[in-house]
Design a protein. Structure first.
Ligand code: ARG
Length: 562
């Protein structure tokens, strides 16, 4: 596609000074590239449509450009179809798994996620986080960036003491009789239940936290044990999701070092000590609420550890960008954090970015972790595998159980990931398991099925497809549409990376799968006359490759059979 873009730019340069921003029109009737004349119109104080007319009249098409036409405020360029088809199919067959990876500026990027608290198991919100994190890091990496996937365990603090206290009071001596993070989470739920009749628990948890900070042996031993259970459980879930981190930070290991940065801020006059001994970052002058960074008892808080960790990441990895993938309820926290880092004079403060995402609800309503009504991540994965297995057994009663299980994981997880990723991260959403697993509609299985269907046609054909052929035969509107769709894959990936939006890829894959199904509907493949058949086979094998590449960037497998 790039070579054609260049050819169009070349022609335009003769008449247009300055940067040329070409668009790719959705509608094939509008050509392969469109040059919008609004900018010129403003400059020349003329009507954009009149400019488009004039410009189109002056430009002479030459190969690979077939036709130049004014349509309203645009000048449309049509590429010779065979050239276009040949170039695109050639690029896909040559680049295979790397097709779509345009070259750009390469950076070192750190992405922090999902950074759980160690007092309860992972829930549906964490799944959204992990799916976004895995997919965004895949996409950035695909484009040649060096990506560091980094996790943070917020493994100390009052919330941790709550589950510890409940265990000490009501479960002492017990060993996990279920997945160990669930076991820990049960005590967090129990704490909140008991708190209703025993309000003094609140004080006890506070005093436990003080003991923890003082290094009390018994409290530390209990903490260590329960954290271990929580982390062991998380590890199993990460493993199930195929998530591997380059590094995991533990808040407990550095939280006290964070206080040095408070000192630094006081010296630089960025922070102020209050009468009660607490330390404040006055941020009102920057349009943000003031922020306490050290409590009056000199204990540090959530933002204090983040100040330290922000710096440590740049030291540890020498990165160009530091991204935090954290829920939208922490938007203000990150605005304050980044402002503070900037005021402290760190030049990299501007390279920090909060990628915020909204809540996920189930159709029944909001999940509440304190009441134990959370949608647990493991339970949901289990449920999706079951739903998928039922569907597979229905379709293939003869299939061996092992094969059913394997496919159920690919399809069940794929359904979940796709459904969540197709919604823009910023939006709150409702996750509907039944809808997500349907083979029809804008779902993961629908895209996977389009892929599997191509695999089965290629398998049925059974022979190698010649890479050269008569591409002028791919001349129906459906085929032109498909070639164009293949051509726009690289820029879709690029846009998804620029805006950190895997949802763009989901939309792309849905329309590619739809266009593909429309194509089968209208045209025979294996029954077509030989030359046409081969051209069509090459076309669908390229579509298969792009479906696979796209799904893989989303962290979704592309099974060959469904
Ligand atoms: N553990 C926090 C939570 O569960 C999220 C931490 C996000 N990362 C950070 N560096 N603050 O809400």
């Amino acid at each position: 596609m790039e070579q054609f873009r260049k050819a169009v730019e070349e022609i335009l340069k003769k008449e247009v000074k300055g940067a040329i921003a070409l668009e790719i029109p959705q509608n094939p009737a509008m050509g392969d590239f469109a040059f919008p004349c609004f900018g010129l119109a403003k400059e020349l104080k003329k009507n954009p449509a009149a400019i488009a007319q004039e410009l189109a009249g002056k430009l002479n098409p030459k190969a690979p450009i077939q036709k130049i036409e004014a349509k309203g405020p645009y000048v449309n360029f049509f590429i010779v179809k065979e050239n276009m088809a040949e170039a695109i199919l050639h690029a896909v067959t040559k680049e295979n798994g790397t097709y779509g990876a345009t070259k750009g500026k390469k950076e070192k990027v750190l992405l922090e996620f999902p950074s759980p608290n160690t007092n309860k198991p992972l829930h549906l919100g964490h799944l959204r986080n992990i799916f976004l994190g895995m997919s965004i890091s895949n996409i950035l990496e695909f484009l040649g960036n060096r990506v560091y996937r980094v996790n943070l365990n917020n493994d100390r603090g009052i919330h941790i003491c709550k589950s510890m206290l409940a265990y000490q009071k009501f479960g002492k001596g017990r060993e996990p009789d279920k997945k160990s993070d669930h076991f820990v989470g049960d005590f967090y739920v129990l704490y909140n239940q008991k708190l209703k009749e025993m309000p003094a628990l609140e004080q006890e948890a506070q005093s436990m936290l003080r003991k923890w900070e003082e290094g009390d042996k018994e409290v530390r031993a209990l903490w260590k044990q329960m954290n271990q259970w929580a982390l062991q459980g998380f590890e199993m879930t990460y493993c199930r999701l195929g998530m591997v981190f380059d590094k995991t930070y533990n808040e407990s290991a550095f939280f006290d070092k964070a206080k040095v940065m408070v000192e630094e801020g006081l010296k630089k006059g960025v922070f102020e000590r209050q009468e009660d001994g607490s330390v404040l970052a006055p941020l009102e002058q920057y349009g943000l609420p003031n922020k306490v960074v050290l409590r009056k008892d000199q204990t540090s808080i959530y933002i204090t550890q983040d100040m330290y960790l922000a710096k440590k990441k740049f030291e540890d990895f020498k990165i160009d960008r530091s991204i935090y993938l954290v829920g939208s309820e922490q938007n203000l926290h990150f605005q304050q954090l980044f402002k503070i880092l900037e005021l402290l004079g760190y030049p990299w403060a501007k390279q920090c970015l909060h990628l915020s995402y909204g809540m996920v609800y189930l159709p029944q309503g909001r999940m509440k972790s304190r009441e134990g009504r959370v949608v647990d991540a493991d339970d949901l994965l289990e449920e999706m595998e079951k739903l998928a297995a039922a569907e597979i057994r229905k379709r293939h009663p003869e299939l061996k159980e092992k094969e059913v299980k394997e496919r159920a994981k690919q399809i069940g997880h794929g359904a979940l990931r796709f459904f969540i990723l197709k919604v823009d991260a910023q939006k709150d959403m409702v996750y509907n398991p039944e809808e997500s697993i349907a083979f029809e509609g804008e779902t993961g299985p629908y895209v996977q099925y389009a892929h599997a269907r191509i695999c089965s046609i290629l398998k049925k054909h059974g022979k190698k497809i010649p890479e050269k052929g008569d591409f002028s035969l791919l001349n129906s509107p459906e085929e032109k549409q498909l070639i164009k769709a293949l051509a726009t894959f690289p820029e879709t990936v690029h846009a998804a990376a620029m805006h950190y939006r895997p949802s763009l890829l989901c939309q792309y894959l849905i329309s590619l799968a739809q266009a593909c199904n429309e194509f089968y509907h209208q045209h025979p493949i294996l029954q077509a006359e030989e030359k046409r058949r081969d051209a069509r086979l090459l076309l669908i094998s390229c579509i298969r490759q792009v479906l696979e590449n796209g799904l893989s960037l989303l962290g979704i497998e592309a099974p060959g059979e469904m």
